[in-house]
Structures are given as C-alpha cells and as structure tokens.
Design a protein around this ligand. Structure first.
Ligand code: 4AD
Ligand code: MG
Length: 431
C-alpha cells in the first residue's frame, strides 16, 4: 500500500493506496457510507460498502464526526461524476484523533464567528483555495525577480524611524531606554541595498498603526518591495507592469481549480496584459469631478475615488504625478512641474483600487535635507540615508506591492481579511 496525497490520486487508478486526512463530510444510505476526506492537498470521496470492510469498521464509520482525523486505505477508481474525478473504495479505516462538536458546520456562520475560529476556519475548502492562490502569488513574485536579475536583500523589522509618515508607527520597547518601531516599509534600506547590488527586492511583513477599518486595510501585511539603481519613473512603471502580468499569468496557469471554486470570473484576469493604461493625477481628478464625486483637486485619492477610477479599466491602471504635498518626503519632484511628484500608484481593475505604490526617489542631497525638515522628521535618524546622496547618488526608484491586496483582487474577494492566515486588524488580534 502506497501513501499518497489527494492531489496526485489520479496517478494511482486501479491501485490500493492510503490517504491521511480528516473527515470533511459524511452521508450514509444504510448499505454504503460516503465519506468526504480532505488532506490539505484536496478533497476526495471515499465509498465504503457494508461488505468491503470488517463490520466494526463499517459501524464506526457511521459515527464519525466532522474533522475526525482518519487514515483510509482503498482502491482508486476514476469516476467523472465524483468531485475531482476520482473515488476511493475503502478497505480499511483507522481513527487517529476524534473531533467532538466541531464548531464550524456546513451551515452559514457570521464573519465574526468565523474570524474568532480562524485557526479552524482555514481548513475549509474556500479558505484553503484562497491560501493556495496566495502561495502562488508569492511564488510568482519570487520567480519574477529571481529570473530578472534582482537580488533578495531583506530589510529590518525593528527600525529607528518612520518611512511613510510618523502617524502610523507601532512603537516597541527596545531594551531599557530605546523605542524602536515596527517597519512600515523596507524602502529606505532597499535604496541602500540597490546602491550596493543594482536591482534588489525585499519581502516581509510590514506594520501600519492606521486606525482604518476598511476592507483594504490590515495592521500587519506582507509587502514585496523592489528598488533599482539608475532607473526613472518609466522603468518603475514597466517593472510593475511586468510583475503583475507575470503574477496573473501564473495563477491562471496553476490555480485554475481554486479560482473556479472561488467563482472568480477568469476572463477578467485574462485581459491583464501590457501595456497598462497610464493617467496622471490631474486626469484622474478630472474624471472624478466630471462624475460628480465630492473630490477636491489637490488632495489624495480616497478609497471610493480609487474604486471609481479602477472600474473604468479592464486592466491595472498606473496613476502618476500626484501632488508632492500629499506624498512621502522621499519622492522626486517632476523637474517640469515641481509641485508634482514622479510617483505611481497602480490601481487594480474591477474597483479593487491601489495594490502598488512607488516612484522615482529624491536623489538630490540639498532637497532631501529640506524635505526631511519640512516633514518634521528627526534628521539624526536619516543621516545614514543621506549618505546615499553623499556618496555616488544616482537616479533610482522602485515600488511596494501589498500581497493581500493583490490576492484579494485576483481571487475576487470582498475583503483583505481572508487572504492571510491570521489577519491583524484594528479590532482583531485573536487567534
Ligand atoms: O503605498 P505604500 O504605503 O508605499 C510604500 O510603503 C512605499 N515605501 C513602497 C516602496 O516604494 N518601496 O504601500 C505599498 C502597498 C500599497 O499599494 C498596498 O498594496 C499595500 O502596500 N498596503 C497595504 N496593504 C494592506 N493593508 C494596509 N494597511 C496597507 N497599506 C499599504
Ligand atoms: Mg500608497
């Protein structure tokens, strides 16, 4: 008897195999038990006839409760009517661990109820499908950078100062008399790494103490950030386009089944091909004002604004040249219009909004010093960062992509909270 996983059961038609999993569902017709077993790789129907197994096994199977861990042995049969196309005719069953009154039953539960039991909820078919898409997105990201000459250089999580603005920092006691902050972005270190290695990326958790209670905000999220030396805004947009195209193509290729289970309309993803449309902030503002939205020209785009803009396009749209005043201190001003920044936000289509933020960095020493002062940031904390402008400064740029926002869009979900195993939000720190 061979140990196999459900995803590869099709390679063993006609053989007797053993699977290790949990009971997902069960129904009986008196003479036959139908057990749906899951093992993490998939779901499989096991058919147990009264005459196929010893009497006590057949009796025991009639009392198995949901999520009991079981080891099942049986013959693999191809059956186009079965889910996944295969079935197992059981010849033996062993109970490993019982499960009494599993709290998540096939009936409908509210989101809060499920979130309180997130450690169990992730066993469901829908949640495992989402987490597999997440895995694929991350794998595609790594593959894309690794095969295009980028070096992985991770950046610290404990940091001495803000990158994206001081209001959203989580402080941490760092030994006796120092306060450290959980990183909001690895960008500043990524810039230093790019000056050492040329093209780099970092990939890790980032933290924002934003008291935002929206469907797009987590307090802890995973961000992949990239930075290139000798690059301008066009290079940054081209890279974002290449990355998103590669991610979507990869998920469509490898995770069709998961997308189908999630009832995702994949034709919408198939149109994600370069070139992506590009509009300036001023053009975006005009669209919003013409539509009658209460948008104030000169302010940052809000969630609703992004939703409205990104519904107009069938693929991600790059919005460039925001007012420098609404963006971070490190943005390079447009030489032709210094009140505009050489920045880009990429908005996912179908109303999903911003998934990428980045741009060209301020590479001039004097102007950078001025910006740090204007933003009331502590100069001492940025001395090392200023060194990058003191010692061989070059035009450079990059961006950050939030993994959860990207997965939310690709899966076609309502909320980012289902795209990470244990979401951290304003009112959610458990489990
Ligand atoms: O636009 P942001 O704030 O950009 C930066 O942090 C830059 N320093 C990145 C860089 O240029 N290296 O964040 C980048 C992306 C957003 O587009 C979004 O996808 C995601 O990070 N993001 C969040 N995702 C979930 N919850 C939040 N609270 C997020 N804030 C940003
Ligand atoms: Mg942003």
């Amino acid at each position: 008897m061979k140990d196999v996983t459900i995803d590869r059961i099709g390679e063993h038609v006609g053989e007797t195999v053993t699977i290790h999993g949990w009971l997902h569902n069960r129904r009986s017709s008196g003479k036959i038990h139908f057990l749906v077993v899951r093992d993490g790789t998939g779901f499989l129907q096991v058919v147990m006839g009264r005459n196929d197994v010893p009497e006590e096994t057949f009796k025991a199977a009639d009392h198995l409760s949901q999520e009991t861990s079981i080891i099942v042995t049986g013959a693999v049969r191809a059956d186009h009517r079965a889910r996944g196309g295969y079935e197992l005719t059981a010849s033996a069953l062993e109970v490993v661990g019982p499960a009494q009154d599993y709290p998540i039953t096939p009936k409908e539960h509210g989101v809060d109820y499920l979130m309180d039991r997130r450690h169990l909820w992730i066993r469901s078919e829908r949640q495992t499908a989402i987490l597999k898409v997440r895995h694929e997105v991350i794998d595609a990201v790594r593959d894309y950078f690794n095969s295009n000459g980028f070096i992985l250089a991770d950046t610290p999580i404990f940091t001495p100062a803000a990158c994206e603005g001081t209001t959203t920092l989580f402080p941490v006691q760092y030994f006796d008399d120092t306060t450290a902050f959980l990183t909001q972005s690895g960008q500043l270190y990524n810039e230093a790494n790019a000056m050492a290695l040329g093209k780099v990326y970092c990939f890790g958790p980032t933290f924002r103490a934003e008291k935002s209670k929206t469907r797009r905000h987590l307090t802890e999220f995973w961000m992949v950030e990239t930075e290139m030396a000798y690059a301008d805004l066009d290079d940054v947009i081209a890279l974002a386009e290449g990355l998103l195209t590669a991610i979507v193509a990869r998920v469509l290729d490898k995770r069709k089944n998961e997308l189908t289970l999630l009832e995702r309309d994949t034709t919408k993803l198939e149109s994600v091909k370069p070139p992506f449309p590009r509009i300036t902030y001023d053009e975006a503002a005009r669209i919003l004002i013409d539509k009658g939205l209460p948008f104030q020209h000169g302010t940052d785009l809000g969630g609703t604004d992004e939703t409205v803009l990104s519904q107009r396009f069938d693929r991600p749209v790059a919005v460039t040249h925001y007012p420098a005043a609404v963006k971070a201190f490190y943005m390079k001003p447009d030489p032709e219009r210094p009140d505009r920044a050489l920045c880009v936000d990429v908005l996912a289509p179908e109303g999903y909004g911003e998934i990428i933020g980045g741009g060209q960095r301020l590479d001039d020493y004097d102007l950078l010093v001025q910006r740090i002062k204007e933003h009331n940031l502590p100069m001492e904390a940025f001395e090392w960062y200023l060194d990058l402008r003191r010692f061989g400064t070059v035009p450079h740029g990059g961006f950050g992509m939030g993994v959860e926002r990207c997965v939310t869009w690709i899966c076609g979900l309502e909320h980012v909270r289902e795209t990470i195993p244990y979401p951290r939000m304003l009112y959610r720190l458990y489990p």
